[in-house]
Each structure stands twice: as structure tokens, then as C-alpha cells.
Design a protein around this ligand. Sequence first.
Ligand SMILES: [Zn+2]
Length: 574
Amino acid sequence: MANQAAPGGPGPGPIDPAASPRWAVRGRIVTMDSGSTVLADGVVWIADAAIAAITAAVDAAPAGFDGVTPLQTGGTVLPGLIELHNHLAYNVLPLWQVPQRYTNRDTWGNSAEYHQLVTAPMKTIGEATELLPALVRYVECKALLGGVTTSQGIALFSAPGIRRYYRGVVRNVEETSDPQLPEAGSRIADVQASDPQAFLAELQHKTCFLLHLSEGTDDAAHQHFEALQLPAGGWAITPSLAGIHCVALTPADFSVMASHGASMVWSPFSNLLLYGQTANVAVALAAGGAGAPFKIGLGSDWSPSGSKSLFGELKVAHVYSQNNGTPFSDEEIVRLATLQAAQILGWERELGSLEVGKRADLVVVAGQDDVTPVKPLFAGDERTIQLVAINGTPRYGTPALMAADGPGVETLAVGGEQRVLYLAQSTEDPDVAAVSLAQATATMTDALANLKTMRLAQEAAQPQREGLESLAAAPEVQPGHPRLALDEFEHTDITQRPHLPLHGAITGPIDRAGATAPVEPLSAMLSPIALDHLTVADDPGWLDSLVTEHNLPDYVLPGLRALYAPAPPTLTSS
Ligand SMILES: [Zn+2]
């Protein structure tokens, strides 16, 4: 079947229009610019979706802001978090209790328990067209509540052979319709993934390709990298290649990556949960020269084997760094999720730091720290986050910092504290726009509790599909019946990683359906699943569940418990 990536959704022009209220926010301004500029008491002035000025609080308002009173946050203002890797659609699912130590992506991807808890539920949800707006709303809000202003998109088949991405309020690295924000690739055709010259040619088509690379610790995982060496010499690696995971890469491999201008995306929690090991980021950092540092981004991967959002992944990066020779200061960790992520995307002129002329994507966290200005971002659970603005529009925050009523406004509680969401966006998918977070939560809770019933109905409508074989089958898409594109395990002719040949053999993926697949229908393996909570603040069992995650190094849980401990008292607007 054809799988052409096609532009979709409403109307021409950028997905995030250059329109926003004219307003200003006051606090400690941690710009994350290349000079690490901090204003101890400053104001970011915002108009038309961009940063119009940054001033000291004692300065007069800039021209055009007469009568605008800055919102006093008493907190720390940072650039919005840019997440470079997340399979967002899966974030309705709870953390998987990983049953053994795996050595590469194919070994767990073929396990029966994984099929039962992840792939069969996602296949069922993915075919339930009526659920998809609620799913998109829920997982996008989960990112937003973690301070994320940019992430990967949620792909769907909108019609037979036609793919597109859902449009919501969080920026999507793959679809911007904006020449200033070149669209990243995250999927390639299987034929390009298995032919070195075709793969190299494809890399040259985009500024950034986010592709899984050497996810695992064994030779099979490493061979995905080895196979990037071209038969005639040279490497199928360009500055556009951002390798996700890179767990199996050696110091020599990172030198090759660095010398070709490539970068990587680090997902330490997912790696540690599955493999007990993560990429050697200290070596990766050292591979870059002084004038051309090796660029690293951050991604939480997905909630079944990762953090709930990038907010949690920052903590894991901190804990890992503190226990492995401190390759990163806290500021450097925040840089992975801001300016360096923007550089990997080729978006650094527009995003990644708080600078005049850039898009106004920002996050405000409670508290200030004189010594380490970014430190409040690591403190406490998600209640730390006081305000999130995307493209100059406040999207989420405390009642003190958000307009508390009007169209598109919704209130919710996070860890017992009141918060306000504003989700209206003219370019949003209309079916997503029609769903509140409260409705999405109720819909997804009910759906996950009734997966077996849903699947039985799907099987009755399509009785030819049976067993694990049907998990990996390419989806049938009916006109008017969009469904999720689950390229993670379906044979869709599209892949999220290169698998070039090495010594005459393709370097995976191995057959995902497995040789011992039972013949019973998927409905037989489905049980009720609890919708994963949006935040750790509302999921007190989440940290406790890590006790039985046996692949995690011993230092991880105590480190995370300390960082999730209650944040300082919330500071509110004066
Ligand atoms: Zn992934």
C-alpha cells in the first residue's frame, strides 16, 4: 500500500499563527541564550506571538506596551521545553513492569507480555476512530502539564494511503507549515531504510531526521550503526541525522557521528528501564570538538517505559548525571531540552531561548535560585509549573497567571492545586477542539476499561483478523474512518529507524509477530487497563512502582524521590 506523507488539515499558512495577546511576564528571567544571560528581576514583553523585548523590572515599558502590567510570578521564567522524541499516542498507557533485562529493541518488542499490555491495546484504540480526538487531547495535555511546548506529532492514516498529523496546541516537529521552522522527518520508507545510497539521499532532504539508532546493548543493536558505513567508504551520516537512543554506540562511533555533524536524542529513563544502561553521554560530549560540540537533545520516549513527560525526564537526566561523573550541570541538562534541541531541528533562530524576536514559547516555574538559576525546574512534582505559553498564547497555568474564564478555558486540579487550561486554537483539528480534557479523560478511562469489548466488536466487523499476526499486519483504512499509524509495530512500509544491510544481511527488525504466535484473536489477550495519570503529582503509586523495576540502577529511585519531594510553597501574583 502507498504511504505517502501528505499535508493535511485545515487551510494554508503556518500551523501556529503569528497572533497572540500583548502581555508581559515578570520574574527571574533565565534566557538560556548562548551567553547564559539571567535577569534577576526582569520582564519578557510579548506581542504577535513573539518576544518584543526583555527588560529589567525597573525599566520603563517598551514602546507599544503602555498600560500593560507585567504578570508578577515571583518565579523563574525559562524557554518552553522542546522534546525531540516521544511516541505520544502511547502515553495513555501506564508504566510497564519490565519483566527481564533486554538487550535490544526487538527482544522486548516480541514479548507476549508486551503485546498484551502495549501493542494489542494500541491496535484496538488505534482502530477506534471515535476515540482518537480524546486520545490526542489527553496526551497533548500530559505534555503541556510538563512544560512541553514542542514535541513529536501523532500520525494517522486519514484515508487509504494518506498520512497526516493531528493538529493541537503543542508545536509538532514534523508538521509546522512554516518555512522558518523546517519540518523534521521521523519516518522513512522501508526501501530507503534498507539501501545505503537511498538512505543517504533521504537524509539530505531535510534539516533534521529523528531516527531510532542502535537502541539496545548487544551486537545486533550495534550493527544498526555499523551498517551506516557505505560499501565504497564513507558513512550514510549527515548533519541532519539525530540518532534516538544510541545506547550501543562506542567512543569511536560517537567520533564518527560528531565528525559528520550528526546529533543524538537521549532518553535515559526508557533505556535504563529496558536495558539497565543508557547511552554513554559523557563520551558523546567528548566526541565533539571545542568549536563544534556534539549536540544532544532529550526525549521521554513514551510512558509505557519512560517518564510521563519531559519534566520528569529532566529529573532522570539530573540523577543519572550526578551518579555517573556529572557529564552535565543542571543548566546543561536544561539546554538539551531548549537551545540545543532547537539547534538540532534547525530552529535556533526562532526558538530554544528567550531572546528578542524569537517565538514566545516559555514556561514559568515556582521559586528562584540565586546560585543555580535553572534549579527550580528540577524541584518538586508538576505543581512546580506555574505557566506555559506557546507562540505567545498562555495555554496552562495557575489561576493567578491565567484568565480563568471565557471560551476554550477549562479548570482542573493538579495534585490538589487548581490550574487553568486554554486550548482554543483556530488551526486545531476541529474534532480535537470539540473535546475538553475532562471529556477526554472520561472517554479514555472508559475505553481502557473496556478494551476487550471494543476489540470483540472490531473482530466481529473484521472477522478475518486473528492472533498476533494481525498485530503486525498493515492496517486497512476505510474512507472517513481515520486510524492511528502505529509504525512502531505495524508493517506499514514505513519505519522509524534505518536497517541497512551489513555483510549481506539486513540489520533487523526481526519478525515482530514471533514464531510462536498463538492463533487466538487479540480480544483474548486484553484486560482492563487504568488510564495513566497526567502527572506524578496525581499518581502517588508511580514512584512506588519503580521499586519493582529491576533494570533500574540502584541510585535512580532514591534520586527521583528526592527531586519529586514537595516543592517550595507556590508563589502567586501580587
Ligand atoms: Zn522511541
